[in-house]
Design a protein around this ligand. Structure first.
Ligand code: B12
Ligand code: SF4
Length: 472
C-alpha cells in the first residue's frame, strides 16, 4: 500500500517592517510526533521564511503528491486561506486539508469560513492530527474525534463534542523534526531576538501560562506544563551537535515560571559544557525571575532577552490582567543588563480606558529602565481574546473597519483608549524618539550589541514605527 504523504506548511510572509521569521515549531513538533506514531512520508514548508507565493505553496504540495495537507497560521495571515485551499483543491482534488495553529484556536469555527479546508484543529495539535490521519486512512467517520471542527457530508461546519486530549508529560514528545527543515534559510532573516542574522535553532520547552493577560492567546491553556531539565538539555544537545550551531532561542511563553527548572537546565548545560549563546525572543517574566536564576542563565550562555512590561501604569496592569510588579520589572532588567545581557522591552499603549496619565507612566518606566532597545506597540484586539470580547461588548464601534488579518500589522490604526488618535500615536512616536535619541542609550547599544555593523539594518523599521500616523 502507498504510504500516506503529509504536507505541512506554515503560512506567512516577512516584510520590510516585520522582518522577523523563526523556525515553525508547530509543524516541526507535529511532524516529529506523526512520524513517531504513523508510517507516513512528510514534507515541510515555511512560506514565511521563504516569502513564497500562494502558488508556490500549492505547487510544492502538488509536486509532493500530498494526500493530507496541514496548514498552520496566525490570524494575521487568514486572508491567505481562501486562495491556498482553493488552489490545493484544484491541483489535488482528493487532498484532505486541515487547518491548525493560533488562528484556529482564536477563531474556532470561523476559521473554516471563506475557504475550502475540510477540518480544523483548535489548541494543541499532536493527538488530534494523529487521530484525524488515522480516521482519514481508514475512511472512518470523523465524528469520534473530540473537539474537531469539520465540514460534514452536507458541507455544514460542525464541532464534535469534547476537546482533544493534551499531552500531560511533555517529555514524551519526540525531538522537533529539524532534519525536515532547511535551517540555513533562517540565517539570513532576523529572528525573534533583535540580534544580527546568525545560525540558530529555536525551542519551546513548556506549554500553558497561568497568567491572565486579556490580549493573549488560548493555544495551550492556563496550566503550566514543562519538559524536565534533562529532556530540554538532551534535545538542545542533540540538535546543536547535529547542526553545528551554538545559538539557541527559546520561544516559551513563560520559560522561567518554575525557578528550580531554570536552575536545573542551566546546571546541565554547564555540566555538559555546551558553550551555548542563549536568547529569549519572547522574553523572561520578571516577577518570577530570581537573581540566582539570572546568574545561572548567564553562566549557561544567556546573551539576549526580551522583557515585556506592556504598561507602566499599575492601574492598567490590573485592568489588562498582567499584574506585573513594576519595581520587579526594573530590577529584573537591571540584574540582566548588569551581567552583560542585551535587553529588549515590549510596551503597549492604548488599552481600553487608558488615559494620558497611564501612557506617561509607561513612557517613564521604559525611558528610565536599563533596556537597550524597546518597541512601543499600540494595542490590537485579536479575536478569541478577552480583550476582543471586552471591546465588542463596551465599544463595538471601535471594531468597525478593523481587520485582524491586515498583513501589515504595524500599520494598524485601531485606538481602544480614552485619548484621541493623534494623542495615542504621538505618545507612541515620542516613546520611540525619546528612548532612542538618548546619548547614553546609544552608547550602551553600540557597546553591548554583538555586531554594530548590523545596526543600520534596523533603521528603516525603526523610522517607520517612530513616525506612525505622522504622515497619514
Ligand atoms: C515565535 C512566535 C512568532 C514568530 C513567528 C512564528 C511562526 N510560526 O512563524 C514571529 C516572531 C515572527 C512572530 C510574529 C508575530 N506574532 Co507571534 N508568536 C510566536 C510565539 C511566541 C511562539 C510560536 C510557537 O513557536 N509556538 C510553539 C508551537 C509548538 O506552537 P504552535 O505553533 O501554536 O503549534 C501547536 C498548535 O497551535 C497546533 N498547530 C499548529 N499548527 C498546526 C497545523 C495543523 C494542521 C494542526 C492540526 C495543528 C497545528 O499544534 C502545535 C503543537 O501542539 C507565539 C506564542 C505562543 N505561545 O504560541 C506568538 C503568537 C503566535 N504570535 C502572535 C502574534 C499576534 C504575532 C504578531 C502578529 C504580532 C506581534 N506583535 O507579535 C507578529 C506577526 C507580525 C509579523 N512580523 O509577521 C499571536 C497569534 C494570535 C493569533 N490569533 O494568531 C501569538 C499566539 C501570541 C499571542 N500573545 O497571542 N510570532
Ligand atoms: S504572561 Fe505572556 S503568555 Fe502568559 S498570559 Fe500574559 S502575555 Fe500570555
Amino acid at each position: 500500500m502507498k504510504r500516506l504523504r503529509v504536507f505541512l506548511a506554515n503560512l506567512g510572509r516577512h516584510t520590510f517592517v516585520s522582518p522577523d521569521s523563526t523556525p515553525p515549531l508547530g509543524i516541526l513538533s507535529l511532524a516529529a510526533y506523526l512520524r513517531s506514531k504513523l508510517d507516513v512520508d512528510l514534507l515541510l514548508m515555511d512560506q514565511r521564511v521563504e516569502n513564497a507565493s500562494v502558488e508556490s505553496v500549492v505547487r510544492r504540495a502538488a509536486d509532493f503528491g500530498a494526500d493530507v495537507v496541514g496548514l498552520s497560521l496566525m490570524t494575521y495571515y487568514a486572508s491567505m486561506l481562501g486562495p491556498v485551499t482553493q488552489g490545493l483543491r484544484a491541483a489535488l482534488p482528493k487532498v484532505f486539508q486541515v487547518l491548525g495553529g493560533p488562528h484556529v484556536s482564536a477563531c474556532q469555527e470561523a476559521a473554516l469560513l471563506g475557504n475550502v479546508a475540510d477540518a480544523a484543529v483548535s489548541g494543541e495539535g499532536e493527538h488530534a492530527l494523529e487521530q484525524l490521519i488515522r480516521a482519514h486512512q481508514a475512511r472512518a467517520d470523523l465524528t469520534n474525534i473530540p473537539g474537531l471542527l469539520w465540514r460534514n457530508g452536507e458541507g455544514a461546519i460542525t464541532r464534535n463534542p469534547g476537546s482533544a486530549p493534551i499531552i500531560e508529560d511533555l517529555d514524551t514528545l519526540p525531538f522537533l523534526a529539524y532534519d525536515l527543515l532547511d535551517i540555513r534559510k533562517y540565517r539570513r532573516v532576523q529572528s525573534h531576538a533583535h540580534m544580527p542574522p546568525r545560525r540558530y535553532l529555536s525551542f519551546f520547552s513548556s506549554r500553558g501560562c497561568p497568567c491572565k493577560c486579556m490580549y493573549c492567546h488560548q493555544v495551550f491553556g492556563k496550566r503550566f506544563r514543562a519538559q524536565s531539565p534533562e529532556r530540554v538539555v538532551a534535545e538542545i544537545e542533540h540538535h546543536t551537535k547535529a547542526f553545528g550551531v551554538n545559538n539557541i532561542e527559546f520561544e516559551d511563553d513563560i520559560f522561567n515560571f518554575d525557578p528550580k527548572r531554570v536552575l536545573g537546565i542551566c546546571d546541565l548545560i554547564a555540566k555538559r559544557n555546551l558553550k551555548l549563546r542563549i536568547y529569549f525572543g519572547n522574553g523572561l517574566r520578571t516577577d518570577v525571575l530570581t537573581e540566582e536564576g539570572v546568574e545561572a542563565l548567564v553562566g549557561a550562555g544567556l546573551c539576549f532577552s526580551a522583557f515585556a512590561l506592556e504598561s507602566g501604569s499599575p492601574r492598567m496592569q490590573q485592568f489588562m490582567g498582567k499584574r506585573l510588579n513594576i519595581d520587579k520589572f526594573l530590577q529584573g532588567v537591571r540584574w540582566a543588563t548588569d551581567r552583560g545581557v542585551f535587553a529588549h522591552g515590549f510596551a503597549m499603549l492604548g488599552f481600553p480606558t487608558e488615559t494620558e496619565e497611564d501612557m506617561k507612566a509607561t513612557l517613564d518606566v521604559v525611558l528610565n529602565s536599563r533596556l537597550h532597545t524597546a518597541a512601543f506597540f499600540t494595542v490590537v484586539p485579536y479575536p478569541g481574546t478577552e480583550l476582543y470580547a471586552y471591546v465588542a461588548k463596551h465599544t463595538p464601534d471601535k471594531l468597525k473597519g478593523f481587520a485582524s488579518d491586515d498583513l501589515e500589522f504595524i500599520r494598524n490604526r485601531i485606538n481602544l483608549s480614552e485619548v484621541p488618535d493623534e494623542v495615542l500615536f504621538r505618545y507612541q512616536r515620542t516613546g520611540f524618539r525619546r528612548f532612542y535619541l538618548n546619548p547614553s542609550r546609544i552608547a550602551r547599544i553600540v557597546r553591548d550589541y554583538p555586531n554594530p555593523c548590523f545596526l543600520p539594518y534596523y533603521l528603516p523599521m525603526f523610522t517607520i514605527r517612530a513616525t506612525k500616523r505622522l504622515f497619514a
